[in-house]
Ligand binder design. Sequence first.
Ligand code: SF4
Ligand code: SF4
Length: 589
Amino acid sequence: MTALGWDELDVLFVSGDAYVDHASFGCVLLARWLIAHGFRVGLVPQPRWDRPDDVLVMGRPRLFAGISAGAVDSLLAHYTAFRKKRRDDAYTPGGKAGARPNRACLVYANLVRRAFPGLPLVLGGIEASLRRVSHYDFWSDSLRRPILMDAKADLLVWGMGEHAVLECARRLAAGAERTALAGIPGTAWLDRLDANGEPANLPKNLRNQPGVRLPSHQEILAEPFSLLHLTRQLEEQVHQGVDWAFQPVEGRALVLAPPAPPLTSAEMDALYSLPFTREAHPSYRKPVPAAEMLRTSITSHRGCGGGCSFCSLALHQGRAISSRSQDSIVAEAAALPRLLGRGRRSKEGIAISDVGGPTANMWQGSCALRNKQDKHGREDAESCAGSGTRHGCTRASCCYPDVCKAFLTPQQEHVALLRCVAGLPGIKQVRVASGIRADLARREPHALAAYTGEFTGGQLKLAPEHCAPTVLDLMRKPSLEVFEEFLASFTRQSRQMGREQFVVPYLMSAFPGCTDDDMRALARWLRQRHWQPRQTQCFIPTPGTIATAMFYCGKNEAGEQIYVARSDAERLRQHRILMPQEDRSRAGY
Ligand code: SF4
Ligand code: SF4
């Protein structure tokens, strides 16, 4: 602060992750974004939580404190699928667990309140975002209230936070009261319920718009299927981008503004061109494993049209895809040899581990229907608080049950981008580590040939997840035939190129609706292919997904009863059908 000539901060972030100056660390990204907009921002990573000393070190910020548990929900970071304590944490120096508390958002909110009484508090990050309404908490096996009720913060930013956090800073800097933060797109706050059971103090921008009433906390307790209904409503809110919503909870209203509009390509370019050094904080004596993994990876886009029922992307980043331009990605790659090229690396060249997003081959993906309506409906969008365009699509996924005809994924251009990056001076290799969607890749055989031949490094990560049709349906995944067909072309092409290449399949056990027989069928399917799975994920009901709601209520989306492997013993039994030889301590049970 002294070097920068700052006598105080405007905004202080407190994060459950270590400090790594990389765009994949949410608080760092937002801090750099706010600094680029003229604010003075500090970040306290992984503070001790038994005393406020670490949080106090840069003094009381002028506007607000932003609190995040980090890149992963703190309970997911700390416990395995079998509720055993994890020993490692990729977001902590030395990779050792224990640097952040359980329920970090709540603990940090208390800590900041103790350090700076009366300071406006804003929650954000994945933990807050996916616990924004009533949610099932696997670790306590209970339905928990919206996190704001326990954290007692002023506002919660859900989804991607750039627009919302900047607007908070601007409003507070202009002298607004903390209550004036209500109504910012992409946020949630608590209100009183009026005599009609509606939010009593709706902000002006929402008053004349229709809102959606979500099932109340009590209603979900009485009828667990309501959690599934609520999750579907939230998915629609994020996808449609226009309605505000509220949930009655214990006599109060948790109000959700419409989503923040996805970043435009120009905004994405501006964001990712900020001067990230990719280095962990120099005070750390041990490396941060996630920083090492991410050092040579490049984010090309956000969002995923997949809509898989177990994935939190649908409620966090959404299905609309925000992509960076080719020029911006190439510029970042071109700068890497200079930024990282020390010692041996500079002679050998840099190996780029990933150019991707949630699914690599969705770069520049868009919806033809949304594009068309954007062209003609921009005015409508703006009259809805600038939050998006209702485009009438009611599908829960752009890829399930089949790839929607309106889903445009220019994979040839993606391949051209990868080739362009690979041809840069000082770059020796480019890989796509974030994985590709087989159902999209098979639509463009030339792109498929390039992915398998040039950018996989001998191993292609794919996520069939299962082979049983009922389970795949519940997951909203494509049928096994799609995967088999992809596999046949992959094998053919590998042979033609004279290369020995493998598919690394991602599989899941104990998914809601999956029986022991389904697991045995999966084991047989693997045996037929002489595949020995090295890793299988036992389903973890993380807050906020459709699959978690199915786990909670024991029903599918149509309201029909399904079998759920619920107890740890049942879950373990399913897991062991696939992984009989697994090292128990590595697997965490
Ligand atoms: S394809 Fe991957 S990132 Fe996309 S929704 Fe499915 S699991 Fe999530
Ligand atoms: S119309 Fe098709 S591509 Fe567009 S959002 Fe809906 S499912 Fe996705």
